[in-house]
Ligand binder design. Structure first.
Ligand SMILES: NC(=O)c1ccc[n+]([C@@H]2O[C@H](COP(=O)([O-])OP(=O)(O)OC[C@H]3O[C@@H](n4cnc5c(N)ncnc54)[C@H](O)[C@@H]3O)[C@@H](O)[C@H]2O)c1
Length: 379
């Protein structure tokens, strides 16, 4: 590890931001880093006002990405930031990543990595050439029991995987179902800001990443049924996808933000020739395994039978719950270790590219008559 705290700046995460405060909590939970500055709004005055609420040095709170990068790059090395966290809406990720890498800063970026596939493809090359660390906050991969699930699949405990089911159901957009007011559109329904998909980009990409992280399966082709249930939404808010993986396994991915009454129901089921597993984000400290005869074993976070990878990701003894912030902090801790040059298993630019390929393929399939659509090629 580094012999001092890392210094970071945040782009996004200002007033009313959902995920910005989570990044601040998760990034500092282990005492390995501090956020010393940032750009917290596209409006320079609001950015500076928000910086005051965080008690930041006003000199390090800026009105634009250019100003932030120029100022930090000019500081002596022992004061300069090490990394930038990007948690703005999708349309500004690409520019912020490019500027940060060019100035030599490591990057931690929220998903989806960009607004378009072309931008993601370009970023792959930039990250490869930069020699900087790039982490993508697909935070569900930070849960100890998700890491245990991956470990068990990798050890062959489930046998050969033949079926994967991942579901991400939210209901927070359901109140807009009977709303015909187009002004009700948040940025997540504006293609110019969010990209080609609303729900499939916002939470479908989490589902795709989670199933790939745990099983290692790569999608070969998919068949998507997408729709907008909200009258003013030009994109998707509800979708069901059939997946075919390389090697022969099949899967189902459901992502919906109009699942009335649902909170954050992320469920993952993996079925193999020897056993099946079930994990649910709303009860994240437990992982259920089922044998061929249906006998269930429930593994718990902090419990005695876990692999070192899951034990190391847990923070408290069994029965004291670890939650969203702790899992997010595991991603940050791994990113910081990656910055320090250690090998880490944390989502990166390849996962960002896969997420954008997923969106592109899903949207193409959703529009096509033929439906079954091959995964769009890498580069
Ligand atoms: N990993 C997760 O679980 C997770 C959860 C939610 C959102 N996200 C992702 O995080 C990003 C932000 O989502 P959110 O829900 O926090 O959005 P939000 O609309 O709640 O907040 C966005 C914040 O960014 C600021 N901002 C907007 N444009 C900016 C710019 N050009 N420069 C600086 N600041 C700017 C806004 O003022 C606001 O404070 C999105 O890419 C989203 O997909 C990830």
């Amino acid at each position: 590890m580094s012999n001092r705290k890392l210094r970071g700046a945040m782009i996004g995460g200002g007033y009313n931001s959902f995920i910005g405060p989570v990044h601040r909590m998760a990034g500092t939970l282990d005492g390995l880093a501090e956020f010393v500055g940032g750009v917290f709004s596209a409006d320079p005055q609001r950015s500076r006002e928000f910086g005051k609420t965080l008690f930041l040095d006003p000199q390090r709170v800026h009105g634009s990405v250019e100003e932030l990068i120029r100022h930090e790059a000019a500081l002596p090395e022992d004061q300069r930031i090490d990394f930038v966290t990007i948690c703005t809406p999708n349309d500004s990720h690409y520019h912020a990543v490019c500027a940060s890498l060019e100035a030599g800063f490591h990057v931690i970026c929220d998903k989806p990595v960009t607004r378009t596939l072309a931008e993601a493809q370009d970023l792959v090359e930039r990250v490869e050439k930069s020699d900087r660390f790039f982490g993508l906050t697909h935070n569900y991969t930070g849960y100890p029991m998700v890491r245990e699930a991956k470990h068990l699949v990798g050890q062959g405990a489930l046998g050969t995987i033949h079926k994967v089911v991942v579901e991400y159901a939210q209901g927070w957009l359901a109140p807009l179902l009977s709303n015909t007011d187009t002004a009700a559109n948040p940025w997540r329904m504006d293609p110019a800001r969010v990209g080609a998909a609303c729900t499939m980009g916002d939470i479908g990409t989490h589902g795709e990443n989670l199933l790939r992280f745990v099983t290692g399966l790569e999608t070969e082709a998919l068949c998507a049924d997408l729709r907008a249930c909200i009258p003013s939404n030009p994109l998707d808010d509800d979708g069901s996808i059939l997946l075919r993986f390389k090697g022969g396994a099949h899967g189902v991915l459901i992502a919906s933000q109009v699942s009335t009454g649902e909170e954050n129901r992320i469920n993952l089921r993996v079925y193999g020739s020897k056993a099946g597993l079930f994990w649910s984000q709303e009860n994240p400290n437990y992982l259920e395994l089922r044998d061929l005869d249906g006998t269930a074993t429930v593994l718990s976070k902090g419990g005695p039978r876990l692999s070192p990878v899951a034990t190391g990701a847990g923070r408290l003894p069994a029965g004291h719950p670890d939650g969203f912030i702790e899992a997010f902090a595991n991603i940050y801790r791994d990113c910081f270790r990656g910055i320090a040059g250690e090998p880490v298993d944390v989502p990166g630019i390849a996962d960002g590219l896969a997420g954008m390929q997923f969106i592109e393929t899903v949207v193409a399939s959703g529009r096509s008559e033929q439906k079954w659509t091959p995964w769009v090629s890498s580069r």
